[in-house]
Design a protein around this ligand. Structure first.
Ligand code: URA
Length: 437
């Protein structure tokens, strides 16, 4: 078979045959397909779509392109459950939810992604912890999940390798925002991770790949229906991404905020709502609780008792990070050379959150091309919330940059991404909807 025929078929609006899908996935996994052919097919799929059936077959083929984990031999005394987000700006939910869910009795083998388009990646963020092995072998991963209750790692060579290659190409070719491609990308990793249940955080808004509620719902339903066909029980929350989630956006700055959350020192309300909402859903989907309110109370208790912080500390140490990271994170995390406030006058009315994500990329905190090394110290902290009044005492945010020139540029990009007016703004709910299978 010639791969140009596969591209031409999809370019002309045809459906890929089972054989063509297998040929594509094999070529992704063994590295034989060149990036230009992968990107041509990605763009053809992006423009012409895929049927539910094609997307399901692509998902299963990518899941089977490497190792598929099986937890049944581990005699775990709780459900193997995970959460995945479709990607946002300032989304540090994984660092909070995985230890909270583990402290409540779940086992969370979290295989995360790197930055994609304008969105940050959990794997990049966790790599700002010195010594933390984000790509452990399966033996270590398995051991840490079993003993700490959760392990947050990146996509290793052997887990859904076809998605890993495809993801890296989509990241830099403007082909992310496609319902079948996001469905196949996310579910291939989750099916390969051997989960019993999955909770999806489908983001909607200016910082999400799905900018309208209609598109977010379409993606959520595509994921739920495709997962059900593969025997994976999935619940989805549609959550608001019309502003940065929490106070920070970047890599090390987000880990700093996460430690302060887990130590129960400061929990940004919208972030807390998303963490608690998703986590309660995980306990219900995993069969630990029947009732959302009871599940939520348990999650809350996991934070206030310090149990979730203990889980994070154990996971970090067992994966090679500092043994006192939760207590002394500031000593370990990289700090930017230039840290300065960005001032504005008025009420923060709207945020082009994609523009904020792009400003993080410009600072060096995200990738412009495949394989680029990141500056993990840069980003923004102290973000104001929509509706907040800004003045000389309350800046819009603080920029963390490698140089004064980079800080100036990022401050200008940030200001350009924010609309500041004198009108009062009504608060929007952060959890837009909950969909179950
Ligand atoms: N997250 C993924 O893992 N894949 C996508 O395509 C988008 C978000």
């Amino acid at each position: 078979m010639l791969f140009t025929d596969v591209i031409r078929n999809k370019r002309d609006g045809g459906a890929l045959s089972d054989e063509q899908i297998r040929f594509f996935v094999d070529g992704l996994a063994d590295g034989s397909l060149p990036a230009e052919q992968i990107s041509a097919l990605a763009m053809a799929i992006f423009l012409n779509g895929m049927s539910f059936d094609e997307a399901g077959k692509l998902t299963l083929a990518m899941a089977a392109s490497g190792t598929v984990l099986d937890w049944s031999a581990e005699s775990l005394d709780g459900p193997v459950v995970d959460k995945h987000s479709t990607g946002g700006v300032g989304d540090k939910v994984s660092f909070l939810l995985a230890p909270v869910a583990a402290a409540c009795g779940c086992y969370v083998p979290m295989i995360s992604g790197r930055g994609l388009g304008h969105t940050g990646g959990t794997t990049d963020k966790v790599e700002s912890i010195p010594g933390y092995q984000s790509m452990p072998d399966f033996e270590l991963f398995r051991r840490v999940v079993k003993s700490a209750g959760c392990a947050i790692i990146g996509q290793t060579e052997d887990l859904a390798p076809a998605d890993r290659r495809f993801y890296a190409v989509r990241d830099v070719t403007g082909t992310v925002e496609s319902v079948p491609l996001i469905t196949a990308s996310i579910l291939s990793k989750k099916i390969a991770a051997g989960l019993e249940a999955l909770v999806m955080d489908v983001k909607v808004g200016s910082g999400a790949f799905m900018e309208t509620e209609e598109r977010a719902r379409e993606l959520a339903l595509s994921i739920i229906r495709t997962a059900a066909k593969a025997g994976l029980k999935t619940h989805a929350l549609i959550t608001d991404m019309n502003e940065v989630l929490g106070y920070t956006a970047g890599n090390a700055v987000e880990i700093r905020e996460s430690m302060s959350y887990l130590r129960d020192e400061e929990r940004e309300p919208r972030l807390n709502e998303v963490v608690m909402g998703l986590c309660a859903q995980m306990l219900v989907a995993g069969g630990i609780c029947d009732d959302q309110a009871v599940a939520r109370a348990r999650c809350e208790q996991a934070v206030t008792s310090g149990a979730a912080a203990d889980v994070f500390g154990r996971m970090c140490a067992e994966l090679g990070g500092p043994t006192d990271f939760v207590d002394k994170f500031d000593k370990y995390l990289p700090a930017a050379k230039v840290v300065r406030p960005v001032y504005a006058e008025g009420i923060l009315n709207t945020v082009n959150t994609r523009g904020v994500g792009n400003a993080v990329i410009e600072l060096g905190g995200g990738r412009r091309k495949v394989g680029e090394t990141l500056d993990l110290s840069v980003g923004f902290s102290g973000f104001a919330a929509i509706g907040q009044r800004l003045d000389k005492d309350r800046p819009l945010a603080t920029v963390h940059a490698a140089s004064a020139a980079a800080a100036d540029k990022a401050a200008n990009s940030l200001l350009a991404a924010c609309r500041i007016t004198e009108e009062a703004v009504a608060a929007r709910p952060v959890i837009v909807d909950i969909l179950t299978s």
